[in-house]
Structure formats: C-alpha cells, structure tokens
Write a protein that binds this ligand. Structure first.
Ligand SMILES: [Zn+2]
Length: 107
C-alpha cells in the first residue's frame, strides 16, 4: 500500500491524493515561447523510469498541492514538501544596490 505524507496532515493512504503529473520548471521568460514550445511544456512529459518530482493534491484532505520525490518503478517516496518560489529578481523600480560591485570571491 502506498502512503504519502502531506506537509499539512502527515502520512495518509494514497487513495486520499490525486496525482498531478511531473513537476518541471516553468519557462523563465513565458512571453518568449511560441505555441509549439508551450505545447511541449504543457503536454510533453519525460516519462522516464526512476526518481522524479511530481505534483500531488490532497483531494480528500486539506486541499494542498505539494511536491513529492518518488521512484516511479518501486513507488518509494523519498520526500514530500511544499513548493517554494525561487528568489525573484528585483522589480524594475527597485534599486539594485549590487550593480557595479565585484562578484563574491573576485580578487
Ligand atoms: Zn493534507
């Protein structure tokens, strides 16, 4: 029996969850993609055997979408966790206080 650990609710039977498919990074500059690239992003999956990161939805519980690193041939769940946004670049009206400074570790 497959169990998943919801970050909110803890371990639960997998029947409480809905699989949301493979997780992969969104395009960095969405406006730069043409229709073919968007189609590939939305519908073309890697579908490789082995460990992958997947979206899961706790449908019969708290309603949280979360990520799971799972081995899809053995069903071993390595970890589950909440999605976290990457650090965003400063908005255009923000002042970049690091402009012109040497990179860390530069002589
Ligand atoms: Zn939950």
């Amino acid at each position: 029996m497959l169990y998943l650990t919801c970050p909110n609710c803890g371990p639960r039977n997998a029947s409480e969850f809905r699989h949301g498919g493979e997780a992969h990074a969104r395009p960095a500059v969405p406006d730069s993609l043409d229709e073919r690239a968007w189609t590939d992003f939305l519908y073309m999956k890697q579908n490789t055997a082995g460990q992958q990161t997947e979206w899961w939805y706790h449908a019969s519980g708290c309603g949280l979408w979360f990520l799971a690193d799972r081995h899809n041939t053995s069903n071993d769940v390595i970890r589950t966790y909440r999605w976290q946004p990457k650090a965003q670049p400063p908005a255009s009206n923000d002042t970049d206080h690091t402009a012109g400074l040497p990179a860390a570790g530069a002589p």
